[in-house]
Design a protein around this ligand. Sequence first.
Ligand SMILES: [Mg+2]
Length: 254
Amino acid sequence: MIEAVLFDLSGVLYTGTEPIPGAVESIQKLNKAGLPIRYITNTTRSPRGKILKRLQSMGFAIHEDQLLTAPVAARHYLIEKGLSPFLLIHPDLKVEFADLESNNSNAVLVGDAGSAFTYEHMNQAFRLLVEGVPLIAMGKNRYFREQDGLSLDAGPFVVALEYAAETEAILIGKPSPEFFRAALESIHAKAENTIMVGDDVEADVIGALDAGLQGILVRTGKYRSGDEKKIEGRAVCLDDINTVVEWILDQKTN
Ligand SMILES: [Mg+2]
């Protein structure tokens, strides 16, 4: 039984700035079928409002309350714990955390900072971490696909900091079970009746399976041949979002 669907964004609905062919229509079909949908992303290069606008301008019918981002979850976490972070994040994302920054940082927050991952910034973060402040990561993804090829995500930089400071990051985005749980709670869906669809076999699919959800891997975005071996017998691997929607609608009527 499938009662709800969670979609990853980058690599599933679009690559770079281009929607996956047919994706807009497939989402429309799923909306018509009345299944609750949430979009959950570790993307940390843009604030939530901008991601939403970009999706809508590509033609996707997505409402604000359907979009859960790792930065929004990280913001809640920082406020709840009373933390003022040193921000090792993309300059475009700084607006989401500007009111939490202070001169006396008692945490390090890392996202996909892109070209802001300089030696100087990494070293500033490292110096705080060796003093014992917590390292908070909005994702540990290895890489993602841009229009011109694969690009380094936040993961390699998080691991470098963990290694240097001999610490372990607190992970906020996927595959953290709390992140999946927050999505399920927002639609009152049971984990075992919810499917997570993603192009990242580890953060999206294995993360979801470990949190008790069902999973589908798509062969678009960052998918690389052989990824499906990591989920053999636990989840299916389908060509793209269009095939996924057909598959889900089939299951629903059977
Ligand atoms: Mg993705």
